[in-house]
Write a protein that binds this ligand. Structure first.
Ligand code: PLP
Length: 490
């Protein structure tokens, strides 16, 4: 047999990867993991600073998750969800509904706003397709719209299947498929650091904290919603990544944005589809609610209950591909009828309701609610905040924004001008390559470096990650006078 690296390079085609570059150097082969670390075939150890593409919550080979998976494996791995159900998937639906409807929210929400039905699928993209199709049918069947139309944010990313791509607005990914997509509208995203309405001069702080504006971003949502309604029909739904937009470049919303936007939507009869594929399960907030319970979803941190809650990445703690789309009784009811009315939701996947995925997701929920995990999450949020402060001394650090357990560092030519670095120079990529050589794995989004390690990551591991990021930036930009000074010290 060929060595693994050769087998890979001979036969494998990787996602979101320029394979010409890939074939030009030897890939890292991951062979094992434990907690926040991964090991490769050469025996090197790395910190997993992007939680294996934003999926892992409790670390690798977590004993409780491993045990749940083995336990289910001893019973059955998979059986069809068409015409049958199974123990872990039914239990999980109950748990997801419980988490999605915290008691403190029920005081402000009507009974019709309860997220009470769970539709399973396999990943974030398919879960978005489900929300999209359900919202579409809901609008048509309830007489709200003959030709439903969706609104989403500039730079939005909701997955790679064609419906999800239609909702997205990242030209680089989407332009090539233009003729395959259905039209949707976009509205400005609240990107304080690069907002044309933000009159503040750059400072050494998260741009949200020193912005000077009149909430023009909310006014824009009001404006497009009013225009659409004046043309005859309101938008069917607005699709939002609550808390922060991920693939757009980790763009966090200023506090209060989602709440205001959700009021605008309600006023116009537009539903809210919350894509919490990345932000769910406490990734984007360490807030606690008025009952002292952790807030699991970024929507809830803003006191907002969406009409659709879309979950994937963290659902199984990063173990198996599984997703869920939650919605209300109101939406569910338009699919009810006698068999021959053919109102069923004609959608499903071979692995819908997978027993292994459900079993590990149940264990994930149980683990999330332990005191230990709660402490870990607070500890991690605090460590990300303190250990990242040192990066402000680097002139290439333009904006640094933290949202719960996600930290993003936007690299620029010079912080004083906010001037973007040319994408073709791949600075973000080169910084991440330099980090990998120092034993930390993450992936950039253009020139934004993402740090979102598993919840179990210790403060000293966080320090290691951020020291590594610091030194890697200095290595990639050695000619800056301030940096060369730094280089000698390290
Ligand atoms: C990753 C992601 C998706 C797509 O999920 P996949 O599991 O990769 O299909 C959708 N929305 C958001 C916000 C994501 O981060």
């Amino acid at each position: 047999m060929l060595p693994l690296t050769e087998l890979d390079q001979k036969y494998v085609w990787h996602p979101f990867t320029q394979m010409q570059d890939w074939l030009g150097h030897e890939p890292i082969v991951i062979t094992s993991g434990k907690g926040a670390t991964l090991q490769d075939s050469k025996g090197r150890s790395y910190l997993d600073a992007n939680s294996s593409i934003w999926t892992n919550l409790h670390g690798h080979r977590n004993p409780a998750l491993d045990k749940a998976l083995r336990g289910q494996l001893a019973k059955v791995a998979h059986s069809s969800f068409l015409g049958l159900t199974n123990e872990p998937a039914a239990k999980l639906a109950g748990e997801l509904v419980r988490l999605a409807n915290p008691i403190n929210l029920s005081e402000v929400m009507g009974p019709d706003d309860t997220l009470s039905k769970v539709f399973y699928s396999d990943d974030g993209s398919t879960a978005m397709e489900v929300a999209l199709k359900q919202a579409y049918q809901f609008a048509q069947r309830s007489g709200l719209s003959a030709s439903p139309r969706f609104l989403s944010l500039e730079g939005a990313y909701h997955g790679d299947t064609l419906g999800a791509v239609s909702l997205g607005h990242i030209d680089l990914f989407h332009k090539s498929y233009a003729n395959l997509l259905f039209p949707t509208d976009s509205v400005m995203s609240p990107y304080c650091y690069r907002c044309p309405f933000n009159r503040a001069a750059p400072k050494r702080a998260d741009a949200r904290t020193y912005r000077v504006c009149e909430w023009e971003c909310v006014a824009k949502v009001e404006e497009v919603c009013a225009t659409k309604q004046a043309q005859g029909e309101p938008y069917t739904a607005m699709v939002v990544e609550p808390g922060l937009q991920g693939a757009a470049g980790m763009i966090p919303q200023p506090e209060g944005w989602l709440q205001q936007v959700s009021k605008v939507l309600r006023r116009h009869g537009t539903q809210l589809i919350a894509d919490e594929v990345m932000t769910g399960f406490g990734r984007a907030t360490v807030d606690e609610d008025s009952n002292g319970q952790p807030v699991w979803f970024a929507s809830h941190a803003e006191g907002v209950q969406p009409d659709f809650l879309v979950l994937a990445k963290g659902l199984t703690g990063g173990y198996l591909p599984m997703a869920a789309t939650l919605t209300t009784q109101r939406v569910f009811d338009v699919f009810l009828g006698r068999y021959e009315e053919f109102k069923s939701f004609f959608h499903g996947h071979s692995y819908t309701g997978n027993a292994l995925g459900s079993a590990v997701a149940l264990a994930n929920v149980e683990l999330l609610e332990t005191k230990r995990t709660r402490q870990q999450r607070h500890r991690l949020a605090a460590a990300l905040r303190t250990e990242s402060a040192v990066l402000w001394e680097l002139p290439q650090v333009g904006d640094m924004r933290q949202c719960g357990l996600i930290l993003a560092v936007e690299l620029v030519e010079d912080w004083k001008t906010r001037k973007p670095l040319a994408l073709k120079d791949r600075a973000g990529f080169r910084v991440c390559e330099a980090m990998a050589r120092r034993g930390v794995l993450t992936r950039p989004i253009g020139n934004v470096i993402v740090v979102m390690p598993p919840y179990c990551t210790t403060p000293s591991q966080v320090q290691q990650i951020l020291t590594c990021l610091h030194d890697s930036i200095v290595e990639i930009f050695p000619n800056h006078p301030k940096n060369s000074e730094k280089l000698e010290k390290h």
